[in-house]
Design a protein around this ligand. Sequence first.
Ligand code: NAD
Length: 326
Amino acid sequence: MNKGKTIKIGVIGVGHLGNFHLKQLKEIPQISISGLYDSDSNRADEISKLYNVISYSSVDKLLKESDTISIVTPTNNHYSVADKALNSGCHLFIEKPITNNIEHAGLLLNKAEKLNKIIQVGHIERFNPAFTVLKNLDIQPRFIEAHRLAEFNPRGNDVPVILDLMIHDLDIILSLVKSEIKDIKANGVKVVSATVDIANARVEFENGCVANLTASRISQKIMRKMRLFQERDYITIDFQNGVLEEYKVYDKSPSPKKGDQVAELGGEEKKYVLYRKPDVPNHDALREELIHFADSILNVQKPETDGQSAAKALSLALEIQKIIDS
Ligand code: NAD
């Protein structure tokens, strides 16, 4: 870490998630908050008082006081806000999805590269405590099943559920499966809102891996789970509850470590299953994500969830959306 240095960050959009951004940003030593701006002046006043942070009456005034901006406005205006902030010379944290179309994402990436500015995108699940443990395992999945189910909420309905929720799993899967996409099948339905509320996609990769994803924002139950199947290994991650479990198959009885369990499988040939539930750190994913952003700027390093990886997830999400619309 770059000792003693801080970044001056302004937050644009302090609705549901922007509120949590400010809450976490206030706790991060390498960050000082320059102020906030929200087009809803009542909301801006409320959050300004809550966190004792200056509320500016225009974006331009906030940009003048900041070297970094966190964009937590609705997805449909990420591009215009981000473009303005880049023009003013700021590094950017943009909530997911990076933009609502790939052309705009490309324009932002090109401009950021030219101006030597960092873009990190809010693919927060990569900082989920359970995922930080999973990514250190030997992951070569052949089949992935993902479920991301949420209760209905009018927020986020400006974009289809693929861009709002499924994109989290698409980003995770693209970070795990190092292969090109071969084929996509998808289906989706507008049940409540004017855009798709429930969607299923089957993504087949060149290396044979298949990912089957379901995302819904009209569910009665909340679920954020992914199951990964690979040779002699089954891993399940619960993003909602921060739990990771692994079942590994062996020919000979393995030696369990503390907390592991071994079961014998029936059948002619004896096989053994080793069950592990690794310890998962107890950290706040949003705080870790923002610390990573600050460190990336201070150490001039590419963030893990940079603009390029976010654009790949967006491109796949839009491809799925196109198939559903056709
Ligand atoms: P929200 O509607 O609660 O808040 C958006 C805020 O932006 C509002 O206060 C609104 O007044 C303000 N705003 C709108 N246009 C603006 C503009 N041009 N300039 C300044 N302020 C403006 O929405 P939210 O749920 O907080 O979502 C915001 C973003 O965060 C979306 O892109 C969403 O996809 C993303 N999000 C990400 C996650 C995650 O898990 N990473 C979770 C929820 C939301």
